[in-house]
Design a protein around this ligand. Structure first.
Ligand SMILES: *[C@@H]1O[C@H](CO)[C@@H](O)[C@H](O)[C@H]1NC(C)=O
Ligand SMILES: *[C@@H]1O[C@H](CO)[C@@H](O)[C@H](O)[C@H]1NC(C)=O
Ligand SMILES: *[C@@H]1O[C@H](CO)[C@@H](O)[C@H](O)[C@H]1NC(C)=O
Ligand SMILES: *[C@@H]1O[C@H](CO)[C@@H](O)[C@H](O)[C@H]1NC(C)=O
Length: 184
């Protein structure tokens, strides 16, 4: 009897908890889609041909997890990899990239003309293991906030126009790093 009344009390609580975690997940997925669309708008903005990434449209049936270069985790359907090397991207890297907080791999190498700063928001990607921005035209300095990407194993910035000093925080905090390339 005591058990039973306890579960009657608990049931609505459990329902509330799981409904709220479902709505949090749905909101997080909508956030990933908005971040991807902002990423695309900035990345294609540099005067390249305008039909880049045609699968990246909100009417595609499978949703953003089926977009070219996007990989989602099986459980949460959050973006875990974004890989668009040699895709003719000519614009900038949107600060919205920092909203893809489940990202483990980001490969934008060999686009040649991706330019501008590496946004500080990249420091929100604490699960990021692989960051490849090589063979582009990024300029400015290395953001100190990269030091929050504590899961980084591979970090390749080869052949860009970055300048300035390597922030000391990177050496202090990126202790998992196995490969680092900063060659011009
Ligand atoms: C990214 O997240 C920030 C902070 O939560 C929010 O203000 C911004 O609107 C988001 N950007 C996009 C494109 O969803
Ligand atoms: C949207 O993407 C789907 C594939 O995901 C494609 O078949 C369709 O042609 C695209 N629509 C537009 C307007 O580009
Ligand atoms: C990124 O993609 C390029 C082209 O496919 C590949 O050569 C490179 O190894 C990738 N970067 C990493 C760190 O895996
Ligand atoms: C820098 O990274 C920290 C830690 O992830 C994050 O809280 C902060 O918002 C980032 N800064 C900016 C300007 O995005």
């Amino acid at each position: 009897m005591a058990m039973r009344s306890a579960s009657l009390v608990l049931l609505p609580l459990l329902l509330c908890a799981s409904l709220s975690s479902i709505s949090t997940l749905v909101a997080a997925q909508a956030g990933d889609e908005a971040a991807l669309l902002a990423f695309k708008a900035a990345a294609v903005s540099g005067g390249g041909h305008d039909n880049l990434l045609p699968s990246w449209n909100t009417t595609s049936t499978g949703g953003f997890c089926t977009w070219e270069g996007v990989r989602c985790g099986a459980r949460h359907r959050r973006v875990v990899a974004l890989s668009l090397p040699s895709h003719g991207l000519t614009g900038t890297l949107s600060p919205a990239i920092g909203n893809l907080t489940f990202l483990r791999e980001l490969n934008l190498s060999y686009n040649n003309w991706l330019h501008g700063d590496i946004p500080e928001t990249i420091g929100r990607l604490v699960r990021l293991q692989m960051l490849d921005l090589s063979y582009n035209t990024f300029d400015g300095g290395l953001p100190a906030n990269l030091s929050f990407c504590v899961s980084l194993l591979v970090f390749n910035l080869r052949s860009n126009r970055l300048h300035g000093r390597v922030p000391v925080e990177l050496g202090n905090r990126l202790t998992s790093l196995q490969q680092l390339s900063l060659a011009k």
